[in-house]
Design a protein around this ligand. Sequence first.
Ligand code: ZN
Ligand code: ZN
Ligand code: ZN
Length: 346
Amino acid sequence: MSELRWDPLKNNWTIITQGRSRRPQDFIQQRSQIEMASCPFCNGNEAKTPPEIYAYRPNGSQPNQPGWQVRVIPNKFPALRIEGELDNQAEGLYDRMNGIGAHEVIIEHPDHERSMADLTAEEISEVLKAYRTRMLDLRNDSRFRYIFVFKNFGVEAAANVPHSHSQLIAVPLIPPVITSELSACRQHFERKERCLICDLLSQERNSKLRVVRDDGNFLVYAPFASSVPFELMVAPLEHSHDFTLQTDQQLLLLADTLRDTLRRLRAVLRDPPYSFILHSAPPMHLRWGRPDYWASLPSDYHWHIEIAPKLTRVAGFEWGSGFQINPTAPEEAADFLRNSDPTVIY
Ligand SMILES: [Zn+2]
Ligand SMILES: [Zn+2]
Ligand SMILES: [Zn+2]
């Protein structure tokens, strides 16, 4: 039996097919390992990248020299450029905006061979602190309406340097996915005076059906209407709209959750390609003519990380209809992950 499921946060439908449910081994694929002769992200190759914007250097080494643990650099081939003024123009029925933004690379570790799942929780927490620092800095630039932090792992064509890294893109408008989440959260809050994501977390926590991990600080669960197999949501149990408000201690707990979750995905799906993206509150710059626009944001929004393994290809129907077809029910995916051994390495 297949069913259509509507997610109140995504404000969208997914088709979950259960007749020929696909299990982990159906998604496991051989991927060729791309080796880089002289990787620009490796320790000692700092001169091959643009000058660093931020680095964590526990031994006090000099900028753009070896000795760092986390390093943030501008993307050499940015999707958006930081220079210039915003220029928003109408062209008949069309709108045009120049590609102002920031595109940065967060190199997570100097060692070429270690993926995020191989890092310790302390090491991952330094990566999360780099996210926090860069988000706070870019937030001061009023041209940027949203700052995305995301990671592509093993995703062909998207991650062309295998050395473990995340990316940050600041954009001059709030993208539809975020607008839809913000408005779903705001509407729920207007009706109930409660945070939608807090409500989702407590329902999932009570039912346990789709929960992968619950350590009392962060909940990891497969969303009810997961649009891809083994999709996961990671959110703090304590309400917070803004990732940058997390303390070092909270980031260490998040790092532990992320590490365990990535290791479970690796154990069940044999090191699958995946993407994750951080959804946090947008910078609350004043909105022209709507001074109270962000008034309820700290109460109604709740930051989270969405993880999506890349196991299926988007084809015509999904592309043209906006409906995803997901061949693994989230209850089954959660079951596989919950019962997996995070210490298994592939
Ligand atoms: Zn490298
Ligand atoms: Zn909340
Ligand atoms: Zn989200």
